[in-house]
Write a protein that binds this ligand. Structure first.
Ligand code: DX5
Ligand code: ZN
Length: 225
């Protein structure tokens, strides 16, 4: 069957696995390969047990002249308070988790009003049904393939069924949101996720530690329907 609501394959390297003492250089090394997206993980030490970057970091990367599409993954208990700051800082897409209790519809709409694309994220323990009512309102659905909070964890293969379920709904509805996967993504797991319907691949450790990053990127972006 031709999967025609699926988007072109994209790699989004995760800055979390870059050099935290030289983030602008890490981001520049991604653009130098001709890649278009950069995944930026924002953690609050509450929704996830770790801290990472804030809006000032995103603004500084943008001010340093980086033109990458900033795919900003907010792992925050109260994302509603930070949307505006990340939009102003230069994020292109802002994703928020479904699990915390806030006005999901309102926040997704606000992200768009601020001129960004919007995404909804599911933790490994959250079923696809939890986001079904929001699928007419998003530009991206992010399926976490590890428990969020840290890079370098092992891919959870049980997530493939959730990816396939979301892809089926996308085909049936004709929606064109991207289906992104994040956590433990190397070439093998990326291919499994691609076969299940994913089109957008976050890779931190596997990308930044690859012996040949250009080759890693080529291998991912060559996946074709
Ligand atoms: C985990 C983050 C991921 C992380 C992925 O909480 O959301 O984006 O950077 O790192 P790897 O690819 O090393 O699992
Ligand atoms: Zn992430």
């Amino acid at each position: 069957m031709v999967k025609n609501s699926r988007q072109s394959t994209l790699l989004a390297p995760s800055l979390l696995a870059g050099n935290h003492g030289a983030l602008a250089a890490s981001a520049d090394s991604v653009s130098a390969l001709g890649l278009k997206w950069l995944h930026v993980d924002i953690m609050d030490g509450h929704f996830v047990p770790n801290l990472s970057f804030g809006p000032a970091t995103v603004a500084a990367l943008r001010q340093a002249g980086n033109k990458l599409f900033f795919d900003t993954h907010l792992m925050l208990s109260e994302p509603q308070h930070y949307i505006e700051a990340f939009a102003k800082a230069g994020s292109n897409l802002i994703s928020v988790h479904i699990e915390p209790d806030y006005d999901h519809r309102g926040i997704l709409a606000k992200i768009r009003q601020l001129g960004c694309q919007c995404g909804i994220v599911l933790n490994p323990g959250t079923p696809a049904d939890a986001v079904e009512h929001l699928l007419d309102q998003v530009d991206l659905v992010l399926v976490m393939t590890v428990q969020p909070g840290f890079g370098g964890q092992s891919f959870q293969p049980q997530m493939l069924a959730k990816i396939a379920q979301l892809n089926d709904w996308r085909q049936q509805s004709g929606h064109t949101w991207r289906l992104e996967v994040d956590g433990g993504i190397d070439l093998q797991h990326a291919k499994e996720c691609f076969d299940a319907g994913a089109d957008t691949f976050v890779a931190g450790t596997a990308f930044f530690k690859a012996p040949d990053r250009a080759d890693f990127a080529r291998c991912i972006e060559q996946f074709a329907i």
